[in-house]
Write a protein that binds this ligand. Sequence first.
Ligand SMILES: NC(=O)c1ccc[n+]([C@@H]2O[C@H](COP(=O)([O-])OP(=O)(O)OC[C@H]3O[C@@H](n4cnc5c(N)ncnc54)[C@H](O)[C@@H]3O)[C@@H](O)[C@H]2O)c1
Length: 438
Amino acid sequence: MATHPIAPATGKLLVLTPGMGAVATTFMAGVEAVRKGRSLPIGSITQMQTIRVGARSDNKNPLIKDFVPLAKLDDIEFAGWDVKADNAFESARNAQVLNPQDLSPLEGFLSNIKPMKAAFESDYVKRLDGPNVKATTHKREMAEALRQDIRNAIATSGATRAVMVWCGSTEIYLRPAACHASIEAFEKGLDMNDPAIAPSQLYAYAAIKEGIPYANGAPNLSADSPALEMLAREHGVPICGKDFKTGQTLMKTILAPGFKARMLGIDGWFSTNILGNRDGEVLDDPASFKAKEVTKTGVLDTILQPELYPELYGNLYHKVTINYYPPRGDAKEGWDTIDIRGWMGYPMQIKVDFLCRDSILAAPIVLDLALFLDLSKRAGFRGIQEWLSFYFKFPHVEPGHIQEHDIFIQHMRLKNTLRVLAGERPVTHLAEGFDGEG
Ligand SMILES: NC(=O)c1ccc[n+]([C@@H]2O[C@H](COP(=O)([O-])OP(=O)(O)OC[C@H]3O[C@@H](n4cnc5c(N)ncnc54)[C@H](O)[C@@H]3O)[C@@H](O)[C@H]2O)c1
């Protein structure tokens, strides 16, 4: 962790989003609504949460945004890429996340955010196509074109810094291949047009080469390969991912640590979803769903530690499905049936029916990641940012590290990282007088 002073957040911060669909436009609209005093940034840790400093009895609880030098919302600029040619207003209207009465006052602002041409190949997202794509599908040429786009967008916006958050569709499931083993192999792969390099990896590569922090909001392989991890370290760029933790997985990582804390057994956890937005349509393709399934099913094992508690969690049956159901649009419904066991082995059931709004839960995550990644860069952090695991279904961790999925541990780590960054002591919650921390 860096110990040198944090560079100030001087000038504008450009937030670049590959993908300008439901999540990205809800994020952009929300930031502008907050800036105009029309809304509150609910769900955003950077904007609304306080952080305790010192002993509890000190009663010092500044807002996080006043505690560490984050970019101000007024200093944020937006740019993005999309396969569809719709500007941010048209895209937000099509996504139907926000009501017309919330969207129309923002029309002038959002209409001005027009997507740059996407680096795209439909082989990687089967159920998608559109006219706003680069003329080439050669990987090296696409990567260089993206780098040029980034430089142009920074110049046009007048920003001093930029961050990139992948808000594009979920690509097909890919495992790291030979071209991901080193920077040299990856760059050779670009030259050779290696099919193991998907478009999201080109965006990540372009961002890192331009010295811009990168977060992956989707489950596909993107910056999480040895090649791009090394590149990020070499260029002093923070990266993190992957797959925003919203909806059902958010509930799972809230509930499971509680059951485990009380030593309640779990026999089964059946999760199913219906959703009807474009994301749902893309995930209807088995290859894209495979990427999602991997990030969604991994969480319970690391929270429950069946290897330590075989009697309680050794036979847990965990199943996750997603069903594309157009009438529901973005208003997803997620059901969980949880079969638990208590004293003397008696079975009980818990049913969760979460009528959630996916993009409403994801938008503040995009904001927080953009601001925290910008902070990380100014603090001299480089490579994988495990302290941002809090925001992800499948946290990107250093090779050999075990992912932490327990949201309460993730939250404590995030806040303690901020305390250390600001030169304060971490809070351990030991009793005051015991170690003086309170
Ligand atoms: N909404 C949530 O709560 C949530 C949670 C976790 C992860 N995610 C992920 O975030 C991503 C965005 O979700 P969404 O609901 O906004 O989806 P969306 O379908 O509304 O938007 C994705 C956009 O990305 C564009 N796109 C695809 N490939 C591209 C490329 N190579 N370059 C540029 N644009 C490209 C598509 O045209 C589309 O407009 C998805 O991968 C989704 O799985 C969303």
